[in-house]
Design a protein around this ligand. Structure first.
Ligand SMILES: [Zn+2]
Length: 374
């Protein structure tokens, strides 16, 4: 009986999913067509992408000894694909077997392949877990990312950093620079040299911004791993750093690491431009189940490509639903506004519904100064 209910649930979720997917793919085609000469681009940013042991177990197929992460992203992916560019904090390594969760992460390559297929274009890898498996782990991770996608923040050596960093991305004629750094790593620097992990070094960051401008960047984005874990507001250091970044010409600041969503702020500059700061986007996917850590936000930023100014910022609250299916857990990232519209179809159960509502209430009340993405 339970099994049947679960199968029905899965079918229902899948059919909703198909509806959502088609709708968004259509929108994307229309908007790309209309935007052929468009003067704006939209970037979406996701918070922490983590793979804990229970997620490994959930993805594992014993018969084929393979790992399938598709269910996690199946419902959320239209919201990633609808943007012109999608960027995420990849908080694991691809260091090969044995695959491990916390505290020293190594994930199957299929996790990366699925996130790319779901729409992500660029991965930030300056975070406290990138050196979990030492220099070999960084090398293998960078090698895989180089082959399959674009990355920023950690490098196999200084020479590679010098040639690839700051990351310059051009979209619809707008040349942007992406910066990425972390407060530190779990393992000390000596354990991963000669690899380089960008650290929060204000002198170096200033130099990087100058380099980015010299290389033609008209818009500079800082993605930064900072703050205190499990806290709901930015600390003084984050606020001071954000102000410093605006003084050296950074145009947008996106934070990660606390595993909770933190406040959003707009810093106004004397030239009337504004620098939005998302202090922390929370968890995009993880096994963390505590209140405020069982979800996150996708941050959407639209930029006018003619004058390089930000037109709009919004966010989509997302919840990581964990369902017990056929003897193990399964994970789905739910776009909360979509869930609320089709609640009965998703049918996630009363307990999960109540946890989702707590996350939604806490997040929306904290982010009352910015609108929800639709
Ligand atoms: Zn972290």
């Amino acid at each position: 009986m339970r099994k049947l209910t679960l199968i029905l649930l899965f079918t229902a979720v899948t059919s909703i999913l198909l509806g959502v997917t088609n709708k968004h793919i259509d929108n994307k085609i229309v908007s790309k067509y209309e935007d052929a000469d468009s003067d704006k681009i939209t970037i979406v940013f996701a918070g922490d992408l983590m793979v804990h042991q229970l997620q490994l177990d959930a993805a594992h197929n014993k018969k084929t000894n393979s790992y399938d992460f598709n269910p996690c992203f199946s419902i959320i992916k239209p919201y990633i694909q609808s943007a012109d560019l999608a960027i995420a904090n990849l908080e694991t390594t691809f260091s090969g077997k044995p695959y491990t969760g916390y505290p020293y992460f190594s994930s199957p390559e299929t996790f990366l392949e699925t996130t790319i297929k779901s729409g992500f274009d660029i991965f930030q890898i300056a975070n406290n877990h990138i050196a979990d498996k030492g220099s070999e782990g960084i090398k293998q991770t960078v090698k895989l990312l180089s082959a399959k996608t674009t990355f920023v923040g950690s490098y196999i050596d200084k020479q590679q950093r010098d040639s690839l960093y700051p990351l310059i991305v051009e979209k619809k004629g707008l040349k942007m620079a992406l910066l990425n750094c972390t407060y530190g790593t779990e393992n000390p620097k000596e354990s991963y040299q000669p690899c380089v992990v960008n650290l929060i070094d204000t002198v170096q960051i200033h130099q990087d911004v100058i380099t980015a401008r010299k290389r033609g960047a008209k818009f500079v984005i800082m993605t930064i791993h900072w703050g205190d874990e499990y806290t709901l507001a930015a600390n003084e250091e984050q606020k001071m750093l954000a102000r410093y970044f605006t003084h050296i010409g950074i145009n947008l600041i996106i934070g990660s690491h606390p595993h909770t969503v933190q406040d959003f702020e707009i810093i106004s500059l004397p030239d009337s431009s504004k620098v939005p700061v998302f202090y922390s986007l929370g968890n995009f996917i993880s096994n963390q189940r505590k209140e405020n850590s069982n979800g996150g936000i996708l941050a959407y930023v639209t930029i006018n490509t003619k004058n390089n100014r930000i037109l709009n910022c919004s966010y989509l609250p997302t919840y990581v639903h964990r369902e017990y299916l056929q003897g193990k857990y399964q994970y789905y990232i739910l776009p909360i506004p979509e869930y609320l519209k089709h609640k009965t179809t998703y049918n996630i159960g009363a307990t999960a519904d109540s946890l989702l509502h707590i996350f939604y209430r806490n997040t929306t009340s904290k982010l009352s100064n910015i609108s929800i993405h639709n």
